[in-house]
Design a protein around this ligand. Structure first.
Ligand code: UDP
Length: 452
């Protein structure tokens, strides 16, 4: 009797609740955290933006993460129907990703208390450790699993000389989730190909890209933005935005900037602005110190500005001020910075890898060059700096491309559709048919806005 009740609890809750509750799990990427320092980056932004946008489409969204600081609130309400819940899993302090797995069983225990109350019938997991959590929950509860990787061990470990102890576990979980989840969300066709060739031929994958907040990231007058940041109209501004992590390839950018500097007739107006990073005592401080040291050794410190972490409220000023935004990553599953920059009308020079091949259209919105190729980066950046007429065309096409293809609302609409199909399949598999409910449809996409 108890078993039957448990099995049908999600269905009962769907019939009673005005909104369908769903859970997104992001064990280390706290959706309510400040982004740009330590390990907080694209995953945090993705989960928060997707969560909020899904709540606007009619879902009741709980975002779960690990509590990493005793001063953080346990629950942060983002919108009336979207909140972050910080779960107890080990000591309430920052733990680097590679050491976090031992706390995941406790994370599962903490999550199950919410599962017992809200009966989430669908869990969207983010990053491999959340996938492990989802697979554990699925052992005792009827839940549909949707998964987004954000980073792939198989690719990451290729470039790492010493694989961490956790590597084998991670690779196994990444294979298991692809083969067992209801569906994997790949954020670019390149990621889908990568999953097929490196992880498994089995399992279902749908490509749904990442998005950007078009209300925040859009074109504004360049001179006005530069004035706010204390940059001169005559400056030639090269921009980096992102975490300090060796995989991000900041060294390549610094070395290519030095090449441009050495070859410039008058380098006084050249500026390299580096946005992101924490104070030196935090986990990403080591890479920041290394980069600062390199800048000093190369003798370009007078032309390089370390702006530190900048919030999304002020980031559009940086993107707009820049003549070119550079993304020199060794690997990038998607790369939110590319579409943020392009949305602000800034051409992008990026490594020819992963999701950047999908977002940046060479010759139309920027240029792609081989990763870690200092000379190729210098040449591509130089081409954009030297040809104002062409740069103007790139700027126009860049902002158009993002507006047409990469809004968070559009992403949430596609995810929403995937969730509904997954829940419908799960009900069909049970042989249980729900009575039709009253649904208000949006005119543009036929996605339920509100279920009553
Ligand atoms: N970011 C930020 N402030 C900073 C540096 C980065 O808000 O000082 C944000 C940036 O705007 C983007 C995210 O961090 O939304 C980085 O995402 P991306 O996918 O480019 O890289 P990831 O961090 O996932 O490797």
């Amino acid at each position: 009797m108890v078993i039957i009740n448990e099995k049908f609890a999600p269905v009962q809750s769907r019939l009673q609740s005005p909104r369908q509750p769903i859970a997104l799990i992001s064990e280390h990427g706290d959706p309510a955290a400040e982004v740009g320092r330590e390990e907080a980056g694209g995953q945090n932004v993705y989960v928060r933006q997707v969560g909020e946008a899904l709540s606007r489409l009619g879902w009741q969204v709980d975002l779960f993460t690990r509590k990493a600081n005793p001063n953080d609130e346990t629950i942060v309400q983002h919108t009336p129907h979207c909140r972050t819940i910080r779960l107890k899993a080990g000591a309430e302090k920052f733990v680097p990703r590679d050491q976090l797995f031992e706390w995941m069983p406790e994370f599962v225990e903490s999550f199950l208390q919410y599962q017992a109350k809200h009966h989430y019938p669908l869990i969207h997991t983010n990053y491999w450790m959340s996938a492990w959590v989802g697979l554990e929950v699925q052992k005792t509860h009827k839940v549909e699993l949707i998964h987004t990787y954000h980073s792939l061990g198989a690719v990451k470990y290729q470039a790492v000389p010493n694989r961490p102890a956790i590597a084998d576990t991670r690779l196994a979980v990444e294979k298991q989730i692809l083969e067992q989840a209801r569906c994997i969300v790949a954020t670019s066709p390149q990621e889908e190909e990568m999953l097929r060739s490196w992880v498994s031929q089995e399992g279902r994958i749908e490509v749904i890209p990442c998005g950007t907040d078009l209300g925040r990231f859009h074109t504004i007058p360049k001179l006005q933005a530069r004035q706010e940041l204390g940059l001169k109209p005559t400056d030639e501004v090269v921009l980096y935005v992102g975490r300090f992590d060796p995989r991000k390839g900041i060294e390549t950018l610094v070395r290519s900037f030095e090449l441009i500097y050495r070859n410039a007739v008058d380098p006084t107006n050249l500026r390299l602005v580096i946005v992101g990073g924490s104070a030196s005592d935090q986990s990403d401080g080591q890479e920041r110190q290394r980069i600062e040291q390199l800048v000093n050794e190369l003798g370009i410190a007078g032309n390089v500005i370390f702006a530190g972490r900048v919030g999304h409220d002020r980031l559009p000023l940086y993107y707009t001020s820049a003549d070119v935004c550079v993304i020199p990553s060794h690997y990038e599953p998607f790369g939110l910075v590319a579409i943020e920059a392009m949305a602000c009308g800034t051409p992008v020079v990026a490594s020819d890898v992963g999701g950047l091949k999908f977002t940046v259209v060479p010759g139309e919105t920027g240029l792609l060059v081989p990763p870690q190729d200092t000379a190729a980066f210098a040449m591509a950046i130089g081409r954009i700096l030297d040809d104002e007429l062409w740069a103007r065309k790139l700027r126009k096409r860049a902002s158009e491309r993002v507006q047409q293809n990469f809004s968070w609302t559009g992403v949430a609409v596609q995810l929403s559709d995937l969730y509904r199909r997954s829940l419908a399949e799960s009900i069909m598999n049970d042989g249980v048919i729900l009575a039709p409910r009253k649904v208000a449809y949006s005119r543009v996409n036929s996605i339920p806005l509100k279920v009553s």
